[in-house]
Design a protein around this ligand. Structure first.
Ligand code: FAD
Length: 456
């Protein structure tokens, strides 16, 4: 008896329900990953994520080899490849995790039909990539929660399955061919400070972070320079860590930091249940507010300045440069740079979300598109018209200017508060700083969005 375990965005051995189910009754398994050109074509294949993926697959293969198995990698249409591998291995079942994007769900349906035609059963597991499955909690009159607070109340009360250990041994049948593992080398355009991927790396980081930083998370998670957030987002995106295990381990550690961290994990599930119910929200406004955003072509110079981190607002520029250098950005930076593009510059949120997806190692359809919509006031924010003032944000979340000085070397000689408002320097002091004037002045920039929405 042979089972195929199809890995997608769950590239780990610990707490992996499809793997555990496939191994039942001492079965042989084929651990399979398919590089599908359709996924690449949909915008996944950017250098930072391909590099992280390569790390994850090498580590997964190494973990399987330690247990007597190996990873089978195929290239091609996922449905066709899974059917071929099942036939080559003589498998009668396939296990995989469910996912929420429209693409993933159509693919799952196609796969089920194709396998059934070959007499192979598809088992889909729904708490592999989330702690609480989309649809597991829903309000009385709808298929999903549109507001986070009541969602979180229900989410918190859901029973959580116990995390599973990694299997001790894995037996893979002979005769199933594999393509080569992708590798980092040869990938051009990587962010210099890109993190390393893989389950081993993720587990090491998780353990160290819970021990050293969790306690300061509640107080420090918005402090840009302090940088105490977990940075586990790429591991959650690629599934090298499991949300179920994270919730358990944080709760076991306890305290206000753990509560705040678990709440962020619930935000992740929240956006997933929105996208599962409204797959169109990946590209269209979740709530239509009749915005007449400026397109990238109409706002070319502003958009370029934003992307390149030279808007003249130091906090915005610092965050955009962190994104380019690390392929990752602090959440507070994401919030204020998104508000700046969508509201202060009044540019279509899709221009910004596309740029983020081009660089973010954790770039994720649900989290990225729905957070962008949240910030653009077309999503689930109950205060859709709020505009973040970049100067106020800077003074609050980078009070002594250390984050700006870290990422904007032109301003390294300045102290707070002027490091956040270099346009206030006069004469020779201003001339000594090689840094652009703001692309748009305040308060004009802050009012533009309100005017555009007819709010006076
Ligand atoms: P921590 O603070 O340690 O949080 C732990 C985990 O909780 C994160 O790893 C993440 O999985 C989840 N989480 C935290 N905040 C959020 C949130 N607001 N929404 C959903 N899940 C959350 N996150 C992504 O994973 N991928 C994206 O593409 C992405 N794009 C974003 C775009 C914008 C405009 C904004 C405002 C936020 C975006 N986020 C995205 C959410 C959030 O900024 C990141 O998850 C977080 O900064 C990752 O850092 P961390 O792992 O240190 O987070």
């Amino acid at each position: 008896n042979v089972s195929v375990v199809l890995f997608t965005s769950d590239l780990r051995l610990h707490d992996h329900p499809p793997l555990r189910a496939a191994l039942e009754d001492g079965r042989e398994i084929v651990p399979l990953f398919v590089r599908d050109p359709a996924v690449d074509g949909a915008g996944f294949a950017v250098p930072n994520r391909l590099a992280f993926l390569a790390d994850c697959l090498s580590d997964l293969d190494a973990g399987l080899r330690e247990r007597g198995g190996r990873l089978v990698v195929r290239h091609g249409d996922l449905v066709g490849e899974v059917c071929r591998v099942a036939a080559e291995a003589g498998a009668d079942e396939v296990h995989m995790a469910t996912d929420v994007s429209g693409h993933a769900r159509r693919r799952e349906d196609r796969l089920r039909r194709a396998l059934e035609a070959d007499g192979v059963r598809l088992h889909v597991h729904d708490t592999v990539n989330v702690a609480v499955a989309p649809g597991a909690v829903a309000p009385a009159a709808s298929d999903h929660f549109a507001v986070f607070t009541p969602y979180f109340r229900h989410w918190s009360q859901q029973p959580l399955r116990e995390p599973l250990g990694a299997p001790r041994t894995v037996r893979v049948p002979d005769g199933v061919g594999s393509g080569s593992l992708p590798s980092r080398s040869g990938l051009a355009g990587l962010s210099e400070g890109l993190a390393a991927g893989g389950e081993t790396e993720g587990r090491t980081r998780l353990t160290a972070w819970l021990r050293d930083e969790l306690a300061s998370y509640e107080e420090g998670h918005d402090d840009l320079a302090g940088d105490v957030t977990s940075r586990l987002s790429p591991h959650l995106h690629f599934g090298t860590l499991s949300s179920v295990e994270l919730v358990h381990r944080a709760r076991r550690a306890g305290g206000a930091g753990a509560d705040a961290f678990v709440r962020q994990l619930a935000w992740r599930d929240f956006h997933r249940q929105v996208l599962a119910a409204r797959p169109d929200a990946a590209v269209s406004d979740y709530r239509t507010r009749n915005d007449r955003w400026r397109s990238e072509a109409e706002a070319r110079e502003d958009v370029e300045a934003w992307k390149e981190g030279r808007t003249g607002y130091p906090i915005v520029d610092a965050a955009m440069r962190q994104l380019r250098y690390e392929g990752w950005m602090h959440n507070r930076g994401r919030l204020l740079t998104a508000s700046f593009l969508a509201k202060t510059l009044y540019v279509d949120w899709r221009v910004g979300s596309r740029y983020f997806l081009d660089l973010l190692v954790d770039g994720d359809v649900a989290n990225n598109q729905l957070n962008w919509q949240w910030m653009a006031g077309t999503g689930t924010d109950s205060r859709p018209n709020r505009v973040l003032n970049p100067v106020t944000q800077a003074k609050r979340y980078d009070p002594d200017g250390a984050y700006v000085r870290r990422w904007v070397p032109e301003l390294r000689s300045l102290e707070a508060p002027v490091v956040h408002e270099p346009w206030k320097l006069r004469g020779l002091d201003r001339a000594a700083v090689d840094y652009p004037d703001p692309v748009v002045g305040l308060p004009d920039g802050l009012d533009r969005f309100k005017r555009a929405r007819g709010l006076g």
